[in-house]
Design a protein. Sequence first.
Length: 175
Amino acid sequence: MTTSTTRILSELADREAIRECLYRYARGVDRLDADMLRSAYWPDCVDEHMGFTGNLEAFIAWSFPIMGAMDQTLHLIGNVLVSIHGDEADAESCFYGIHRVNLPGGKSDVIGAGRYLDRFEKRDDEWRIARRLVVTDWFRQYADSADWSQGMLGIMVEPGGRFPDDESYRRLDFG
């Protein structure tokens, strides 16, 4: 199935708003920013997420302790396919999630990849996720993690932080 350029042009703002919503989701979970995450979902959404099924507030209550127990996380989103039907849209987007987890024997890196199968709804000129199913297509768990005491390529760096301590909250304004 292909989409004509005329149709894409007429839907361009909606498509971009949907992509931005996906990016707000990634930033919200990685920075543990509940308000940013809330801006990506409708309050009455249903999220089916790796064994969890529930609404937005239940998802925050379930996911933030899990993500907060990790030292760092980074979610990348790409290959976004969108099909708009009036004020509803279907989107499939690929994710690649990098997680530094704390285990009893030390730290481990876990990488997961898969797809978000989303139903978006446009309400009051705003697109948000109304329903999500997470499909995990691939993962890899490493026995260890990087040694931050040695720095990246021998250059000492500080890892990014979480809300509100991450430098982005001082330098950028997404309000």
